[in-house]
Design a protein around this ligand. Structure first.
Ligand code: NDP
Ligand code: 2IT
Length: 450
């Protein structure tokens, strides 16, 4: 890193001392953009990097709601509007007990560059709450979403900020949020949220988009390195929206997914996972993954131990897809993956790999598809949903899927061309960071000091 970038990072650490995830996300980007900053002295001259690491706006608010026992519960709500230089703020909402300002800021910061990489006009934002949806009744989820929107509605709009789903937020939650927005504002503003149901402005293929997009990116990345998905053994961390549709596309490409997980443990089925059963357990019944054994007694279940490598990463595989949460793969896990002969890692989750683990994997020849690029298919298709809402028409599944494939292919090309331009070899992490950063920085420079 140059002295200038070191000094920016030191300031970020000082100003955000308790926000480890945010500091990590900023450090990862700053470590990789040195060649760009050296080439473009205007960035230093205009304090561009200092401006870019400061969110434009952070909203935090109280969410009070009544549970089924009549008890009043209080949660924290957030929306971080990180950077609006290339379009309305755009990014998901996460409902998970671990949510705090640091996690919101890291996600919104990364979203800014991810959205730039899609080539579509969307800025970066993220929001959510420390609300835990696990074990809540449908009525409780609805009351929570309504209370959350009672504050959020003042800050969003189809040309202002467009939230969507993330961990713990899917079509059900988006439906309740949209209903409450419509009720409060008395306007049918379809493009204010994405990931909506198909009956009221949702886009075909949005549900599948992040997982499918990840595999389109993987296909291109493997091809560029003389590899392919066919006949490869794949393991996937997570069994939520991203994991399920990554698995579906992996099977379509002739790979064999042998393991999936949730936060409690993983299942290993050497004949290949029965994905329809996973969908039933996770999308319909909302049960633990362990229940897979009921229908598949010959599969194995391995429970995680607190503080140790999640069991899904102990299973031998050629391709590993972290699709759960941040910092799932640390250095110790990365060493295990290399020892087990992994060829490629595809980041479906946001920041699933720690910085030292990324460096270790790349140094040991593992090809890594970086989150900002590889999981951009979800938000890209959200932007396609916004386009359809504006035009008041809807495209077919095939039309959306084709556009998604094209976007992911272009994103891989941008990462790989940038890596080539700066002599970075297979460091697609640096390729993605530089390409995304360049676009946001250029837009900011053009708009003056604001
Ligand atoms: P879901 O809520 O649908 O699924 C999350 C999955 O991760 C569950 O299987 C969950 O298990 C597991 N998990 C394991 N450990 C944790 C943990 N500590 N915290 C939270 N989840 C955990 O979320 P998505 O599939 O939508 O999101 C997965 C990842 O992909 C996230 O990093 C998200 O930011 C990212 N992403 C999502 C996009 C989207 O369009 N949905 C787009 C781009 C990225 P359990 O049920 O036990 O909690
Ligand atoms: O991390 C992400 O890109 C998402 N959760 C999807 C965001 C969106 O606006 O569709």
């Amino acid at each position: 890193m140059s002295d200038y970038l070191e000094s920016v990072l030191a300031k970020v650490k000082e100003k955000n001392a308790h926000e480890s995830e945010f500091i990590q996300a900023v450090a990862e980007v700053l470590k990789t953009i040195k060649p760009l900053v050296e080439k473009e002295p205007i960035m230093k001259k205009t304090s561009l990097i200092e401006r870019l690491v400061e969110p434009e706006r952070i909203i935090s608010f109280r969410v009070s709601w009544m549970d089924d026992n009549g008890k009043i519960q209080v949660n924290k709500g957030y929306r971080v509007q990180f950077n609006g230089a290339i379009g309305p703020y755009k990014g998901g909402l996460r409902f998970h007990p671990s949510v705090n300002q640091s996690i919101m800021k890291f996600l919104a910061f990364e979203q800014t560059f991810k959205n730039a990489l899609t080539g579509l006009p969307i800025g970066g934002g993220k929001g959510g709450s420390d609300f835990d949806p696990k074990g809540k009744s449908d009525a409780e989820i609805m009351r929570f979403c309504q209370s959350f929107m009672n504050e959020l509605y003042r800050h969003i709009g189809h040309d202002i900020d467009v939230p969507a789903g993330d961990i713990g937020v899917g079509a059900r939650e988006v439906g309740y949020l949209f209903g409450q927005y419509r009720k409060i504002k008395n306007v049918y503003e379809a493009g204010v949220l994405t990931g909506k149901g198909l009956e009221y402005g949702g886009s075909l293929a949005r549900k599948e988009a992040t997982g499918y997009g990840l595999m389109y990116f993987m296909r291109e990345m493997l091809k560029a390195n003389n590899l392919e998905l066919k006949d490869k053994i794949v393991t996937i961390s997570g069994s939520g929206n991203v994991a399920i549709y990554a698995a579906q596309k992996a099977f379509e490409y002739g790979a064999k997914v042998v393991a999936m997980s949730d936060s409690t443990g993983c299942i290993y089925d050497e004949n290949g996972i029965d994905l329809e059963e996973i969908k039933r357990l996770k999308e319909v019944e909302r049960l633990r993954i362990k229940e897979y054994l009921q229908k598949h007694p010959n599969a194995q279940y391995m429970e995680n131990t607190e503080g140790q490598t999640p069991k899904v990463y102990t299973i031998k595989a050629e391709i590993v897809l972290p699709c759960a949460t941040q910092n799932d793969i640390n250095l110790e896990t990365a060493k295990l993956l290399v020892e087990n002969g992994v060829k490629a890692v595809g980041e479906g989750a946001n920041m699933p790999t720690t910085i030292d683990a990324i460096e270790y994997l790349i140094k040991n020849g593992v090809i890594l598809a970086p989150a900002k690029a590889a999981n951009a298919g979800g938000v890209a298709t959200s932007a396609l949903e916004m386009s359809q809402n504006s035009m008041r028409l809807s495209w077919t599944f095939e039309e959306v899927d084709k556009k998604l494939d094209c976007i992911m292919t272009n994103i891989f090309k941008a990462c790989s061309d940038t890596a080539k331009e700066y002599n970075l070899g297979i460091d697609y992490v640096a390729g993605a960071n530089i390409a995304g950063f360049k676009k946001v920085a250029t837009a900011m420079l053009a708009q003056g000091i604001i």
